[in-house]
Design a protein around this ligand. Structure first.
Ligand code: PAF
Length: 296
């Protein structure tokens, strides 16, 4: 058991399912002088999620984790129905890292009949995941804004692994004057480098071996940049080669982008983020790596 999940006699966090229960618990915590930290999740928790809970606990007196597999961010052909739902195990994990409250609403409470307002996501949602998964960020922005309004959190915690998602949420909060601060926490990786993801559990043993090529390719790109390579196209070529060697052929995108706008950057003269999305077997995986420099 790792540091993130080890604990002495954890007690199960309180589980609530309705907006009024959530609001009452948050009101009481605030009255007791606590800042409210929010960790939105779709469940199937892994150590990446638990690191967000830990980050929240280190900054806020009261941490709310939410578990809701949000239907509006899945296209009809995507994995909404098969997305892992593991509430009991999730509650145990959240107990081990001492979350204070778990909000796991029912679909009909989040989206009651007649609910038809959707958030138009910002420009930064257009490319990459936005192109591959039309409507995805509209669903993410909508549910995250609803969760922010429900929990009235001071700070919300997201993972760097979903880099574009974090950029979309940061911009939405800025554009819509949402009084919640956004923290983006480092990607948690398996010992061999694979970024933790709830979808990793779909991988067969062979696919799991192949999947590590994503992080291997990103590390190679970083090494090339550290060695003086400044042409983004060369990094992309090298990444494509590593993925091809691992028999990963269904690549949605490999891109070297500006960390804020997510627009492609041809030359590495300033920090960039390298983004990858590819299918390993039937499982779509994403990963990214920030290259800070020194670059010139
Ligand atoms: O990253 C996720 O798990 C989801 O996109 C989020 C932010 C919980 C919204 O459903």
């Amino acid at each position: 058991m790792s540091e993130l999940t080890s604990s002495s006699s954890p007690s199960t966090p309180k589980l609530v399912t309705t907006a009024s229960e959530l609001r009452a618990a948050v009101r009481a915590a605030r009255a007791a002088g606590c800042a409210i930290g929010l960790v939105p999740t779709m469940g199937a928790l892994h150590e990446g999620h638990l690191s967000l809970v830990q980050a929240s606990r280190s900054e806020c007196g009261f941490t709310v984790a939410t578990i809701f597999v949000n239907p509006t961010q899945f296209a009809p052909h995507e994995d909404f129905d098969k997305y892992p739902r593991t509430l009991d195990a999730d509650l145990e994990s959240l107990a081990s890292c001492h979350a204070d409250l778990v909000f796991a609403p029912r679909r009909e409470d989040m989206y009651p009949a007649g609910c038809s307002t959707l958030v138009q996501p910002p420009q930064v949602a257009q490319r990459w995941e936005g192109e591959c998964r039309p409507g995805h960020f509209q669903g993410v922005a909508t549910v995250v804004l609803k969760l922010f309004n429900l929990a009235q959190a001071d700070v919300a915690f997201f993972g760097h692994k979903d880099y574009q998602q974090a950029a979309v949420i940061r911009r939405m909060v800025q554009d819509l004057n949402v009084p919640t601060e956004i923290r983006v926490c480092p990607t948690v990786r398996e010992p061999d480098g694979l970024a933790m993801s709830s979808r990793n559990r779909y991988l067969s043993a062979g696919e799991r071996q192949q999947a590590v090529a994503l992080s291997r390719a990103l590390r190679l790109a970083e090494q090339m940049a550290a060695g003086g390579e400044r042409h983004a196209a060369k990094l992309v070529e090298a990444i494509d080669r590593v993925l091809a060697e691992a028999q990963i052929r269904r690549i949605d995108y490999v891109a070297v982008v500006d960390p804020d706008t997510l627009e492609p950057v041809p030359e590495l003269t300033r920090p960039v983020v390298v983004l990858i999305a590819a299918r390993v077997g039937g499982t779509r995986l994403i990963d990214n790596w920030r290259i800070d420099g020194p670059l010139a």
